[in-house]
Design a protein around this ligand. Structure first.
Ligand code: FES
Length: 153
């Protein structure tokens, strides 16, 4: 059976979520591998949320927010980018690989870009294979309920 990756999309409500919603309304076709967790702004996403997502079994995580200069909270997306880069470093260090985590910028009006991002992320994670932590290993640390539920959906 072909590997169907579980991908978490941690996205901001103002831009990327609007684009994702528009893509759905316009019936644009894209892989159903993505589980969305909506944040007010990507600046609210903590490195721990990302690491817990992988611990909960996500095969890949995409963080997506407003384009540079368009964040409704001024610098939230810039802070998110710094955290993503640091988390990529941690993923590389622990052997999961930095490629499993990607940051995108998708404007509210750019539903096609969201579709391309999901397709690109799905193909990327398919090529990487399953998250090695997702092989029956039970984490001792409590995983935030929203992330756990999003992965299991
Ligand atoms: Fe969208 Fe900050 S409001 S990234």
């Amino acid at each position: 059976m072909e590997f169907s990756p579980k991908i978490l999309a941690l996205i901001c409500t103002y831009c990327t979520y609007t684009a994702a919603d528009m893509a759905g309304s316009a019936r644009m076709q894209y892989p159903a591998n993505v589980r969305i967790v909506k944040y007010l702004c990507t600046g609210r996403i903590d490195i721990l949320h990302i690491m817990k997502g992988f611990e909960a079994g996500a095969d890949g995580i995409m963080v997506s927010g407003c384009e540079a200069g368009s964040c409704h909270f001024l610098e939230g997306n810039l802070r998110a980018r710094e955290r993503v880069e640091y988390a990529q470093h941690l993923l590389e260090e622990c052997g999961l690989g930095a490629e499993r985590l990607v940051m995108y910028e998708v404007a509210a009006s750019d539903a096609p870009k969201w579709v391309i991002a999901v397709k690109e992320m799905t193909e990327r994670v398919k090529a990487l294979g399953p998250n090695p932590l997702n092989s029956g290993w039970v984490p001792e640390v409590v995983v935030p309920k929203e992330l756990e539920l999003a992965v299991q959906r």
